[in-house]
Design a protein around this ligand. Structure first.
Ligand SMILES: [Zn+2]
Length: 163
């Protein structure tokens, strides 16, 4: 089982909807709060679906040392925290579009997926579910055709659908 780790971009793309459990760091959460409405984020955090962890000091030091060694100075503290957290796990899968972060992950042989490609490829895979009678629709509608209840958009994708 992969430990799925999100950088800021993954949350901005709303990718947490596709996973049942996502790990990240406090620095990333703070970045997101500056950028987008945090309603979904709060929901995810309160449901323990989004789990905030602190990377080990050793992990952070390893990442920082490697950045220095290869002359990579464009990583933010949030990026470094994500790489360090990924290093702490055995089977990390990091979602990020940041090339500098991807580069560091490659060095440590940590797997990653680009957010943007993932998002574009699967963006249309939604269904529309009535909150009241739970009827499902494939087309985007706001009101349920059966009972008139509020319909919400729901991603169809599950982790096992990933390429
Ligand atoms: Zn309905």
């Amino acid at each position: 089982m992969d430990e799925v780790i999100f950088d800021t971009g993954a949350f901005i793309a709303g990718l947490e909807n596709f996973f049942s459990l996502v790990f990240t760091t406090q620095l990333v959460i703070e970045e997101i709060k500056d950028i987008r409405s945090s309603t979904n984020l709060e929901l995810g955090l309160s449901a323990n679906k989004i789990v905030i962890l602190t990377p080990s000091k050793e992990g952070v030091a390893k990442i920082q040392d490697t950045c220095k060694r290869i002359g990579e100075f464009s990583l933010s503290d949030a990026d470094i925290s994500i790489a360090a957290l990924a290093l702490d796990f055995n089977n990390s899968l990091v979602f990020t579009d940041d090339y500098s972060l991807q580069n560091i992950l490659k060095i440590f042989k940590i797997r990653f997926n680009p957010v943007r490609m993932f998002g574009i490829k699967d963006a249309r895979r939604f269904e529309y579910v009535c909150n009241s009678c739970k009827k499902r629709f494939s087309e985007p509608i706001k009101r349920c055709k059966v009972c008139g209840g509020h319909v919400r958009k729901k991603p169809l994708l599950t982790v096992s659908d990933r390429p």
